[in-house]
Design a protein around this ligand. Structure first.
Ligand code: HEC
Length: 140
């Protein structure tokens, strides 16, 4: 169940992203300050709850998941304003659509559904990054 979070952290901690040479600062800021924290908050809804989570903690975790899904809808639309040639808009729109469905699942506190939607959301992140962020050279 924790797979998505692990993948997201790997993404955030560098790897291919370190290869971005010519940063696009507005897009980078949208990612770092809004999309990434929003996604982590949303994914926490679908992932296993922390050990010994109280009911009050769970309410906060789900409320943050709802907020995260709302942020990603708004920022997916913002990404359309920074469009690039190729499938950029498709991935941005996939983020908006999955986050919209994710908001419904998080409001219902439906963990299996949030997990499933979290996987689709990850496809939007990963698809766009694979297309627009150069992969590191192979060591040979
Ligand atoms: C429509 C394309 C697109 C989508 C969708 C997208 N990203 Fe990004 N992301 C980018 C681009 C382009 C960069 C590189 C920005 C730069 O540094 O110029 C980036 C960079 C990042 C970074 C590094 C930011 C930094 O501080 O350098 C993180 C973290 C990130 N994205 C997370 C995510 C997550 C999580 C999702 C999905 C919920 C996501 N992104 C969806 C295009 C996208």
């Amino acid at each position: 169940m924790r797979l998505i979070l692990a993948a997201a952290l790997a993404l955030a901690s560098g790897g291919a992203l370190a290869q971005v040479v010519n940063h696009d600062p507005p897009v980078q800021a949208i990612m770092a300050t809004a999309v990434n924290p929003g996604a982590l908050a949303f994914w926490a809804g679908g992932n296993d709850p922390p050990d010994d989570e109280t009911k009050a903690d769970a309410r906060i975790r789900w409320a943050e998941a709802v907020k995260g899904a709302q942020v990603m809808q708004a920022k997916g639309k913002a990404l359309l304003d920074h469009s690039r040639p190729g499938p950029w808009n498709t991935f941005a729109q996939l983020m908006v659509d999955t986050a919209k469905a994710g908001e419904v699942a998080a409001k219902a506190k439906d963990a299996p559904k949030a997990f499933e939607i979290g996987g689709q959301l990850y496809d939007a992140c990963n698809g766009c990054h694979k297309t627009y962020i150069p992969s590191p050279p192979r060591p040979d």
